[in-house]
Write a protein of this length. Structure first.
Length: 87
């Protein structure tokens, strides 16, 4: 076999290996994205419930409570961005 054929076979083998690895990583990334999204869904539902209660009881949200709520919502937003990058 010529050197050129050997190099070509080596390249094909390397690409096949990379392709297989990427398939596994994509599958794992999707699973990781799903897990992250499930966690975020729980936080989202909890945050929505708490904000509804606060809104009913307080009429107006105090600055401290509003700041805390904004922090939680910002964390959820950042989590959604992480999930978006994973898929």
């Amino acid at each position: 076999m010529t050197d050129e054929k050997v190099d070509l076979h080596r390249l094909v083998d390397e690409l096949k290996e990379q392709r297989d690895e990427l398939r596994v990583r994509l599958h794992l990334a999707k699973a990781e994205a799903r897990d992250e999204f499930e966690k975020l869904e729980k936080r989202w539902e909890h945050a929505r419930g708490r904000l509804a209660v606060i809104g009913k009881e307080a009429g107006e949200v105090s600055k401290d409570v509003g700041d805390a709520a904004r922090l939680v919502l910002d964390e959820i937003r950042a989590g959604y961005q992480r999930v978006r990058k994973l898929i």
